[in-house]
Design a binder for this molecule. Sequence first.
Ligand code: ADP
Length: 663
Amino acid sequence: MSGDSNVIHIRNLTRQYRMGENVVRALDGVDVDVLPGDFVVVVGSSGSGKSTLMHILGLLDTPTSGVYQISGGDAASGGDRVQSRLRNQHIGFVFQQFNLLSDLTVVENIALPLAYSGVPRRERQEKARAMATRLGLGDRCHHRPTELSGGQMQRVAIARALINDPDILLADEPTGNLDSTTSGEIMDILYELHGQGHTIIMVSHDPDLALQGTRCVTIQDGKIVKEEKGRRTRAPEAEGWHNEREEEAHGELSTMDLLRIGVQEGLMTHGMRTFLTMLGIIIGVSSVIAMSSFSLGSKQKQMDQIRALGANLVRIVDRRLENERLTQARMEGSFGLSRKDLEALRQNSDTIAHASCSRGIKLNVLHRGRALSPRVIGIWGDYLAVNNLAVETGRFLDATDAAENSKLAVLGHGVAEELRVEEPLGETLLLGGVYYTVVGVLADKGIALEELEATSVADPNNDILIPLDTLIARTTHLEMRSEVDELQLQLTSEDFLYQAGRVVKRVLGVTHAGVEDYDMIIPMDLLKQKQQSQRLLDILTACISSISIIVGGIGIMNIMLASVTERIREIGIRRAIGATRFDILRQFLAESVIIAVTGGVFGVLLSLAVVALTCQALDLPVVFSIPLICIAVLASTATGLIFGLYPASQAANRNPVEALRYE
Ligand code: ADP
């Protein structure tokens, strides 16, 4: 017999359950044909297989063998997508336990199947409201199921089953949980729907209802044992009834709806729990960003400071040989560092912008009888320019002062303050028993030198500068000593540091007759080396901070697993009204990703605040690495996805029948 004109065509359908060694034949070779406009009442004692049949008819369960066609098409052959679409568009399910979603209003419950067929929200609500009114629920639209009576709940369930204008209405003991008056009302609705052309299959164990349909089918031990004609006649075919399933425009659950379900029904219902889970990610992300910002900030500060002193600086420092080694060096033809070296370097390199030399001397320093302890340095050349120094008041030492061996001094800012006089200019200082007059004071560089320890830079604030010639004139007794302690070269650019280093080696190799009696120090280079050695520490810190993101991810997984268990029944209901496995997967995945992304964004905001405040307090520059912020947010998103995948797949793979039975 052809099944083309039938709504349902079933042949030799079996469903077996394996219980250890035993096989339970819940359905054992069932043949049924349901024509458009039929009202089939299925009766039978408890355990006879009625629910199993209904679940298979509703595509919530798969038969072990046999033929099942809906509107001429093989219902079993399609994958989850096709079957879910059939459930959504062609089958309306009404359950004994109503199976409404308690967090949704009446209208939202009724509109739910439309969401899974991609109908826009406004249209959904309009249709649902109209359907609610049709079923006498017009004044209950915004109530929640818990605020309704049993009869009203079943009306909502019927409205939901009808909203997509299905070909078949499956009702599994729809009046089983209702008192007799309410049962009568619900049955009247079903009769009316039948009268309007709906095809209905209803399970009932109320003997009074058995013959109220067009046909009554009795099941016993998984077999149809009796078929009787009912009192009702087949309804005229419903207008909307057609077989053109393939041509339907069928959308999907929109991303907006997915997010709405995730936020409203998932996360908001357990606000505190969601927040605590999110906290793991917030802490992880903010600590990664904050740690890296502090590290970048302090590096930046060191760089800035060294630039303030002169990033292009090359220092050549005398080794201060003594005794035999000094005699040896002199005999080999090296006379130590001298102004001649500086001239030679200038002639051999065009990358030197400024050059100077200096020589320190240990002297007792007295001001108005009070001892001070600055460094006294004799300087020659462009000392100010080389060291990026500026004169605050008075003037600097010039060539005339050098030529005249003048006893003049320029004070570092700190030394000038130590004099405790209002006007340091014109003050006299006793340096090693000789009076010097203060002609200038240097501006404060404001440099925290402890941070630059590794670069061997001294604090210019604590210096007294005098002309080199004046100093040399006073120390003739040390004849073998090098003329100066140090040469300073300021290059035209930071890029020439290495090139200049080679020139220095070559030129001084000649002037010092190959004797290595000097060291070359490039402060910028030293700082970079130091910062390089800190990288390992940075990486380690980043790893530790990342671990907290992973811990946050585990928190998400934990909470999502709990959420899936709590919502098993909801999963069953959603599947029954047409959600695909993928829809369920997306729904739970969306929740975990929303937690993770929101946590990531809050983490970034928190780190911005913490870094801004802390850097201000620690006087560090505020440095954010934009790529790192992006990576942190991406990492938290990935965490949500990865750790959400397992709970979401657990939800998606739930058997709908078992999910619906879950208490
Ligand atoms: P009814 O709805 O008529 O009360 P069911 O269709 O629920 O009957 O059950 C038919 C038979 O199949 C019963 O013997 C029942 O124990 C068995 N059965 C139903 N579901 C399962 C299952 N998941 N596992 C094992 N046996 C089952």
